[in-house]
Design a protein around this ligand. Structure first.
Ligand SMILES: [Zn+2]
Length: 323
């Protein structure tokens, strides 16, 4: 079941958190946010020198979401210089690896029919990928990310792209754009959809469609596939049946070729959920804590930055420290 997100109100402080928690900070405390076992981020101070318009004008209101309004971060800016734009601070140093989280993609002609800041247009997504390409970024695999998180290494111009839920248009519309720029991404799939019969993509109307096995096979050159549960796309902190949860996780792994990577639905988790993931053979799990991933991260609390359709190109650049 899809949880369509209809934006609500966002606090000004979350705009600061969004930008300040980007990846353009030094290793020394860079973008650090204190995570709790509840899957949320406890508040810390934000330097807030940001005036970029990148923050979403509206927050996510889905149940149990790690909405930006619940987050803040402490970012230590090592080198900030002036910008051609008054009030926009340029960060020169880079640390950590941004893991970007997308959801669905639609055609520009469909814009206006969808009031959901998690749905990008192909134009927006193409522009963001062009920004990354022009800035010299390359996409790295989960295996490379894992190696960095454990051993450290050069983080410059590296990014990880992910898509949540397994929407058909992520493949049919996002795949060609990734291919165009030579990028790769991982799709976290609600795996039971893969076993449903394939239906042609409806590009005349924006509609909820999920990837089929045929889609996975056709796009395996640019996508790898990981688990977003088999059929428990809920706030996992609320699930009470451990046996059922374990069976669901194992079935998702089996359906998706034995993947050991997982994204928490709505980014929500607690110590018990994390423990069950470890027990069922997973090796990394991703949250929606809005900051870069650094060496020494808990591999079951890897931060990701959700990208909203309300994010401007300048805001996107700022978030990744590209400016
Ligand atoms: Zn999801």
């Amino acid at each position: 079941m899809r949880k369509r997100v209809f934006p609500a109100l966002i606090l000004a402080v979350s705009m600061l958190a969004l930008c300040a928690a980007g990846c353009s900070t030094s290793d020394k405390g860079a973008g650090k946010a204190v995570s709790s076992s509840s899957g949320r981020v406890s508040a810390a101070s934000s330097p807030g020198p940001q005036t970029s318009s990148g923050a979403p004008s509206q927050a996510q209101s889905r149940a149990g979401s790690s909405a930006p309004s619940s987050q803040s971060s402490t970012a230590v800016v090592s080198t900030a210089t002036g910008s051609s734009q008054p009030g926009v601070t340029v960060y020169k140093t880079h640390a950590g690896i941004p893991v970007l989280c997308y959801h669905d993609i639609m055609l520009p002609a469909q814009k206006g029919s969808v009031n959901n800041s998690l749905v990008m247009t192909t134009d927006q997504f193409d522009r963001q990928m062009a920004i990354l390409k022009n800035a010299g970024y390359t996409t790295i695999s989960f295996e490379q990310l894992k190696s960095y998180l454990i051993n450290g290494g050069d983080t410059r111009k590296k990014v990880v792209l992910t898509f949540d839920d397994g929407y058909k248009t992520s493949c049919t519309l996002g795949g060609p754009i990734l291919r165009k720029y030579g990028f790769k991404a991982t799709m976290f799939i609600i795996a039971f959809h893969v076993n449903a019969p394939d239906t042609p993509a409806d590009l005349k109307h924006f509609s909820i469609q999920y990837v089929s096995r045929k889609d996975l096979d056709a796009n395996s050159d640019v996508f790898t596939y990981a688990s977003h549960t088999y059929n428990m796309h809920i706030d996992l902190r609320t699930q009470k049946n451990d046996a059922l949860f374990k069976a669901d996780l194992l079935r998702s792994r089996e359906t998706l070729g034995g993947t050991t990577y997982f994204a928490y639905p709505s980014g929500e988790y607690n110590a018990k959920v994390e423990h069950t993931l470890r027990e069922t053979g997973f090796q990394m799990a991703f949250t929606t804590h809005r900051r870069c991933a650094h060496k020494g991260e808990n591999l079951f609390e890897i931060p990701r930055m959700e990208i909203y359709s309300t994010l401007s190109e300048k805001g996107f650049e700022h978030q990744l420290g590209i400016l």
